[in-house]
Design a protein around this ligand. Structure first.
Ligand code: NAP
Length: 259
């Protein structure tokens, strides 16, 4: 698991375990089982797993969202070793270096703009020649002298022995392959929430995120949602943790009101 930027030696596993230990000390016994469905029986919610079912008064859905991956050779091995899925988290590690961004949406454009302020050179690689992202971001990028647009192209291979040193890019029209020497690749091709088991009951937007505001409510009374799986402008550890606190208090209030 990756080290957390700014916390040398601390891994996600350490943080996760510390939180579980803390919860256990408070008398909570975590169960680790994939949830197949949640059913709403009014005042009771039934959580079904493969082996068990749990009857509860309230549920917080915190399914998370995963960054979409390119699925190309080298991506898994070099993830955290030059390959990143979050420019705002990891960008500063590439100060003064040459990097690439893959994607054509707002995230890719914003990432490229952000990185262009710190990195020596930024290649923006997109599979089409028009961008899904906003015109004003594109225009701001076009003004940058250290940004090169590589359109109609896919990143097909990541190269490096233990650390990313270059990427191989293939032009979709000419079929030509070229190698770009970069120390960082920021993959910004969208995210996917893991909300599928609950989509019949909880309203989602067109991308599959639970529709919810800062109160962490859903369309079902007593079912709340927290973290990257819900509609929100910023998906980071801190905003997810904040949601966790809000959703937990909302659930407590809901249960107290029903008693
Ligand atoms: P997105 O809008 O879904 O864009 C994903 C981009 O990645 C698309 O350009 C897509 O290409 C490309 N892509 C997808 N799969 C690919 C693959 N396998 N290989 C290569 N390219 C691939 O995702 P996003 O940019 O993360 O944005 C998500 C949402 O957040 C959007 O609604 C966006 O507007 C919003 N957002 C807004 C802001 C802002 O308002 N400032 C900032 C960030 C995000 P195609 O274009 O060819 O499909």
């Amino acid at each position: 698991m990756d080290n957390y930027p700014g916390l040398p030696g601390i891994t996600g596993l350490d943080l996760g375990e510390a939180m579980v230990n803390h919860a256990e000390k408070l008398g909570i016994s975590p169960r680790r089982e994939p949830v197949l469905s949640v059913e709403d029986e009014g005042e009771v919610k039934v959580i079904r797993t493969k082996k068990n079912h749990y009857r509860t008064k309230s549920v917080i859905l915190a399914c998370g969202a995963a960054h979409r991956q390119l699925g190309i050779p080298g991506e898994e091995e070099l993830s955290g070793m030059g390959v990143s899925y979050c420019a705002t988290c990891d960008g500063m590690f590439f100060r003064g270096k040459d990097v690439a961004v893959s994607g054509g949406g707002n995230t890719a454009l914003e990432d490229a703009l952000f990185l262009s302020n710190y990195c020596s050179h930024v290649y923006l690689i997109h599979r089409r020649d028009t961008f899904r992202g906003e015109k004003k971001l594109l225009e701001a990028l076009e003004e940058k002298e250290n940004v090169t647009f590589v359109t109609n192209s896919n990143v097909i291979r990541l190269n490096g022995d233990g650390r990313l040193t270059s990427i191989t890019v293939k032009n979709k029209i000419t079929g030509e392959e070229s190698e770009l020497a970069v120390s960082g690749l920021f993959v910004a091709i969208g995210q996917e929430p893991a909300n599928h088991p609950f989509e019949d009951m909880i309203h989602t937007d067109e991308k599959g995120y639970f529709i919810s505001g800062e109160e962490c409510n859903t369309n079902v009374a007593g079912i709340f949602t927290a973290g990257d799986c819900r509609t929100k402008p910023v998906r980071q550890l801190t905003t997810a943790a904040s949601d966790g606190a809000v959703a937990a208090l909302q659930a407590c209030n809901y249960i107290a009101e029903k008693q």
